[in-house]
Design a protein around this ligand. Structure first.
Ligand code: AMP
Length: 540
C-alpha cells in the first residue's frame, strides 16, 4: 500500500518561488571588482533570474544543455545558480584557478553551449575560446559593458521579458548542476547533481545539526561558487531567505573582516587557509573588528587544525564548525557538532572531538573498509571511508574513468583514510596516497601537519613520504614560517615530542617560501613530492 501524499517534486524552481513569495524584501549584497557594494533585494533577484531563464530559452537551448560559469561569488552568479536550472538547463560552474588545459578540457567535456564569465576573468579563455564549442559568451560586469567580441550579460537580461516566464514543472531527478573534481589525481571528472539532490542537501544544511542556516542569518560564503557550488550554501540560504553577502573577488582577510563587521554577518564558510589568515589578522589586533554577531564559521575542504579551532574560540569567542565533504557528495556529508554527552566532557576532550570531521548528516551512511574487511567503529582502526546517500554520486558524467570508485552494492569510495568512533564521529587521518608507511605502520601526515601548524612561528606545514631503504617511507615536513618569525627544525621537532611516538616524528624539516596548492587551495602533495623526489635525509 502506498502513502496518500502528494507527488511534489523537489526542484530549484520551487525554492525560487518560495523566495519570491516570502522573502522579497530581504537583501543580497555583493562586492564589485572595485570593492564598492552592489545591493538589491530578493524581489530584484527573482525578477532578474526569471529574465535569465527566459533569455536562455530564447537562445534555442534545449532541456539538459549545459551552461558554464567562470565567476566569483556575486549576485549575477547567484542569478545563474537559479536561472540556469529553472530553465531546465544544467549549471556547470568552472574553477578559474585551474590551468588553461583543464579549463578547455572541462568546457569541452561538459559540452557547454553558453559561458557566463566575470569581467575580471575574460583573459583566461583568450587562448582557447575558439577551440571549444561555445555558442555564446556573456560577460558579468558592474556597468553592463563587455569587451569586444563578447556579449553583455546585462543586454541579455534587457532583451528578455519577465512576463514570458512560467514556473516549469521539472522532474526532481533531472540534472541541475555539474561540478568537476579539482583533479589532484588524473583528469577532472564531473559529478552531476539532480534537483532533488540539491534540495535535500539544502535541507540538511539548514538542519540544526547541519550548518543551521536560517532566515535570521546573514550568510557570507567565502568558499567560491565555482568550487562545489560553494558547498551548497547559496542554495540553502535562498531556500530559507537569509540575507546573503557575496564577497566577489575580495577574499583577503581585511576585506572579509570588513564585510563581516559592516553587514553583521552571522554565518560564514570556507577552507582553513582563508581562516588561518583571518585568525592571524585578528590576533594582530583583537579589538579592530566587531564580530559579535558571528554565530558560526564552517570550515572544511581540508582539515581544520585543533589549534585554529581553539584560537578562534579562546582568543576571539568565535565558534568554528568543522565539516567534511567532496565534489562527489554534493558536497557536505559530515558536520562536527558535540553530542549532548560530549558537552559534559572536559574541555580538552571537546576540542579533540571538534577537530574531527563530524558525524554524517541524515540519510548519509558511512562505513570504513580496511585490509581485512569493514573496520570497527572504535576510533582506532583505519580504513577507507565509503559513503552512500541521496546526494552522493553514482557515477561520473560521461566517462568510464573512475568507475572503480563506485562499489557494486552502491557505495562511493572516497579515498580518505579514516577512523570512526562509536558515536559515528569520522576522523580523516589521510588521503590514501598521503599516508606515510614506515616499517609497516601508518603515520598520519595530517596529524603531523596539524601539530606543526600549532607552533606559533608556523604559517603552513605539509608532510610527505620520502622513500627510505630501511623503513620503506619516512616523513619529511615542509614548513613555511610566519613573516618575521623564526624557528629551527629542532624547535619544531621538540614541539611535537610528547604528542607523537618517536618513530612518528619527521626525519627532517625543510623551510620553504610557499607550499604548492591545488586550484581550490589544498596542498598539492603530488607537486611537493615531485619537488623533493631526490631528497636524501642527512643520516639515512
Ligand atoms: P573536493 O572534491 O575538491 O572538495 O575534495 C574533497 C577532499 O577534500 C576529500 O576527499 C578530503 O580528502 C578533503 N577534505 C574535505 N573536507 C575535509 C576536512 N574537513 N578535513 C580533511 N580533509 C577534507
Amino acid at each position: 500500500m502506498k502513502g496518500l501524499i502528494q507527488d511534489y517534486q523537489l526542484t530549484l524552481p520551487a525554492i525560487l518561488r518560495r523566495a519570491e513569495d516570502l522573502y522579497g524584501k530581504k537583501e543580497i549584497v555583493s562586492r564589485n571588482p572595485d570593492k564598492s557594494f552592489h545591493r538589491y533585494t530578493y524581489a530584484d533577484f527573482v525578477r532578474r533570474t526569471k529574465k535569465l531563464a527566459v533569455a536562455l530559452g530564447e537562445l534555442g537551448l534545449e532541456k539538459g544543455d549545459r551552461v558554464a560559469t567562470l565567476a566569483w561569488n556575486t549576485y549575477q552568479h547567484l542569478e545563474a545558480y537559479f536561472g540556469v536550472p529553472t530553465a531546465g538547463l544544467v549549471l556547470n560552474t568552472v574553477n578559474p584557478r585551474l590551468s588553461q588545459n583543464d579549463l578547455s578540457y572541462i568546457l569541452d567535456h561538459a559540452g557547454d553551449k553558453v559561458l557566463l564569465i566575470d569581467e575580471t576573468l575574460v583573459e583566461l579563455i583568450d587562448g582557447f575560446k575558439d577551440e571549444v564549442d561555445l555558442e555564446h559568451i556573456f560577460v558579468f560586469s558592474a556597468d553592463g559593458s563587455a569587451p569586444e567580441g563578447l556579449e553583455s550579460y546585462e543586454d541579455l537580461l534587457e532583451g528578455a521579458d519577465e512576463a514570458d516566464f512560467e514556473y516549469p514543472e521539472l522532474d526532481e531527478t533531472d540534472a541541475a548542476a555539474l561540478c568537476y573534481t579539482s583533479g589532484t589525481t588524473g583528469r577532472p571528472k564531473g559529478a552531476l547533481y539532480s534537483h532533488r539532490s540539491v534540495c535535500l542537501h539544502s535541507f540538511a544544511l539548514a538542519a540544526a545539526d547541519g550548518l543551521g542556516i536560517r532566515e535570521r542569518d546573514v550568510v557570507l560564503p567565502v568558499v567560491p561558487m565555482f568550487h562545489v557550488n560553494a558547498w551548497g550554501v547559496p542554495f540553502a540560504s535562498t531556500m530559507v531567505g537569509a540575507k546573503q553577502v557575496m564577497p566577489g573577488k575580495h577574499l583577503d582577510p581585511e576585506s572579509l573582516l570588513e564585510d563581516y563587521e559592516q553587514e553583521r554577518v552571522t554565518f560564514t564558510a570556507g577552507v582553513p587557509t582563508v581562516f588561518l589568515a583571518v585568525l592571524q589578522t585578528l590576533d594582530g589586533d583583537p579589538e579592530a573588528y566587531d564580530l559579535s554577531r558571528m554565530r558560526s564559521m564552517a570550515i572544511g575542504g581540508s582539515a581544520a587544525p585543533e589549534s585554529m579551532i581553539r584560537g578562534f574560540d579562546e582568543r576571539h569567542g568565535l565558534s568554528v564548525v568543522h565539516a567534511w565533504g567532496m565534489t562527489e557528495t554534493d558536497p557536505v556529508a559530515t558536520v562536527c557538532h558535540l553530542t549532548g554527552e560530549l558537552l559534559e566532557a572536559p574541555e580538552d576532550e571537546q576540542y579533540k572531538y571538534r577537530a574531527k570531521q563530524g558525524f554524517p548528516l541524515p540519510f548519509i551512511e558511512i562505513r570504513g573498509r580496511g585490509d581485512e574487511g569493514f573496520i570497527p567503529w572504535d576510533g582506532e582502526a583505519m580504513g577507507e571511508l565509503e559513503v552512500r546517500g541521496p546526494w552522493v554520486a553514482n557515477s561520473y558524467f560521461n566517462t568510464e574513468e573512475g568507475s572503480d570508485k563506485f562499489t557494486e552494492d552502491g557505495w562511493f569510495k572516497t579515498g580518505d583514510i579514516v577512523t570512526i568512533e562509536p558515536r559515528g564521529y569520522v576522523e580523516i587521518r589521510d588521503r590514501d596516497k598521503d599516508l606515510v608507511k614506515s616499517g609497516g605502520e601508518w603515520i598520519s601526515s595530517v596529524d603531523l601537519e596539524n601539530a606543526i601548524m600549532g607552533h606559533e612561528a608556523v604559517a603552513e606545514a605539509a608532510v610527505i613520504a620520502i622513500p627510505h631503504e630501511k623503513w620503506d617511507e619516512r616523513p619529511l615536513a615542509v614548513v613555511v614560517l610566519k613573516d618575521g618569525q623564526e624557528a629551527t627544525a629542532e624547535d619544531l621537532l621538540s614541539h611535537l615530542e610528547g604528542d607523537f611516538a618517536k618513530w612518528q616524528l619527521p626525519d627532517a624539516v625543510e623551510f620553504v617560501d610557499e607550499i604548492p596548492r591545488t586550484a581550490t587551495g589544498k596542498f598539492l602533495k603530488m607537486e611537493l613530492r615531485e619537488q623533493f623526489k631526490d631528497y636524501q635525509f642527512a643520516q639515512s
